[in-house]
Design a protein around this ligand. Structure first.
Ligand code: HEC
Ligand code: HEC
Length: 243
């Protein structure tokens, strides 16, 4: 009897230690796999592609406590898919309860597989696609395949098509463009700006090179203009190369 209790005591202690160790280990594991974006960091471990996408979507000049932006567009095997908003339903006179993603542009594999702009993707590989998030998830499930059945709503008729490509891959997602603070929306009110836009000026070349007009180069007296006649006073625009 004495011998047994002598054995049980260290054994129990060992079990307790193991349980504590596991608990601590598990918490550490959770911390590690928590998406970096939630902590507003730029550096994301490459082994967590979802966190990386989230971080890229939210990365601004000062990410702060970042939240993922609403997805606006997905690109997959020649499909450009956009989310169906109430605004779009009104504009395109779609049924108010319609679910799916709208193809607003079709090229490459999607075009040769018979998809058309205006098709609404409602299923991929028989899995429902109700929004862009599900669209992306469905593409992840078939990424390594060369073909997949896709159901589209074409003018309110459900049509099954087979998307064929060298490799289907995963849809690349986009959110609305970054806008500078204080911008005026060119579109109707759609909710809080930061649901969809990151605010800042990075991510794009600033100033926009397309908006810069370089001064014409200096020319020597008597040069022949390569351009149309802009008047005899060449030196109102050109500097003079002194010889
Ligand atoms: C539900 C999402 C959503 C919300 C909310 C939203 N926008 Fe937009 N915004 C977009 C999308 C998508 C575009 C791209 C053009 C388009 O589709 O209208 C855009 C375009 C813009 C542009 C033009 C950017 C460019 O580079 O072309 C500006 C500026 C802008 N929005 C400002 C705002 C402001 C300010 C607010 C808040 C009052 C706001 N947006 C709210 C989705 C949104
Ligand atoms: C209204 C402004 C303007 C006037 C006036 C003008 N130019 Fe130009 N010129 C330009 C611009 C802008 C360029 C460069 C872009 C282009 O080629 O269109 C240019 C390019 C040139 C070039 C090529 C220079 C290079 O090194 O590439 C020559 C040579 C030239 N102009 C000669 C003339 C002459 C000679 C006159 C007068 C008869 C004249 N230009 C009047 C604006 C002007």
């Amino acid at each position: 009897m004495k011998k047994l209790s002598q054995n049980i005591l260290p054994l129990g202690l060992l079990v307790v230690l193991v349980v504590i160790f596991l608990a601590v280990f598990d918490i550490a594991g959770k911390w590690e796999s928590e998406p970096e974006a939630e902590r507003g960091a730029y550096a994301v471990p490459a082994r967590n592609p979802q966190a990386m996408v989230a971080a890229l979507q939210t990365a601004g000049p000062n990410p702060g406590p970042a939240k993922p932006l609403k997805l606006q567009e997905g690109h997959w095997a020649g499909m450009e898919a956009i989310c169906i908003t109430t605004e779009l339903i009104k504009k395109l006179k779609l049924p108010p309860d319609i679910k799916g993603v709208l193809l607003d542009e079709v090229t490459l594999a999607a075009a040769t597989s018979g998809f058309m702009a205006g098709d609404i993707v409602v299923e991929i590989n028989r899995r429902p696609v109700r929004d862009l998030k599900e669209f992306r998830e469905c593409t992840m499930a078939v990424k390594d395949r060369k073909s997949v059945e896709v159901t589209v709503d074409r003018k309110r008729v459900l049509t099954k098509l087979v998307l064929q490509a060298d490799i289907l891959g995963i849809a690349q997602m986009e959110s609305a463009p970054m806008v500078p603070a204080g911008s005026i929306a060119p579109h109707p009110y759609r909710g809080p700006c930061t649901d969809c836009h990151s605010i800042g000026t990075t991510g794009e070349l600033s100033p926009d090179p397309g908006a810069i007009i370089l001064p014409p180069p200096p020319i020597p007296v008597g040069a022949v203009p390569p351009h149309r006649d802009w008047g005899k006073d060449c030196f109102s625009c050109h500097g003079l190369i002194k010889q």
